[in-house]
Design a protein around this ligand. Structure first.
Ligand SMILES: [Zn+2]
Length: 95
């Protein structure tokens, strides 16, 4: 019995999906990216130190449609969540 030879004639090169795509320029996710940068805290809410660079950690996450930032400050070790409030509804202050 002759062993069956592997068929290579029908080999198809797998296309690279991102070959012709450019990484720069406008994208559909730009509004979200820009809002991320606008809302991201740059200073610690407890001591005011800069969180940029190695000053701390700022991680974005979501609760439904709310964008939250989990923050850790290297200077004072404060840890907590920061949420940008665009509209605050409260009661009138007493006279
Ligand atoms: Zn701090």
């Amino acid at each position: 019995m002759i062993p069956r030879q592997p068929r290579v004639a029908n080999q198809v090169e797998t296309p690279i999906p991102h070959r012709d795509r450019r990484l720069g320029g406008p994208h559909w996710w730009d509004p979200d990216r820009i809002q991320h940068l606008d809302d991201m805290p740059h200073h610690c809410p407890a001591c005011g130190s800069s969180l940029d660079g190695s000053g701390g950690i700022v991680v974005e996450y979501w609760e439904a449609d709310r964008r939250l930032y989990h923050v850790w400050c290297r200077a004072c070790r404060w840890t907590g969540d920061v949420v940008r409030v665009r509209r605050m509804i409260g009661h009138e202050a007493a006279d």
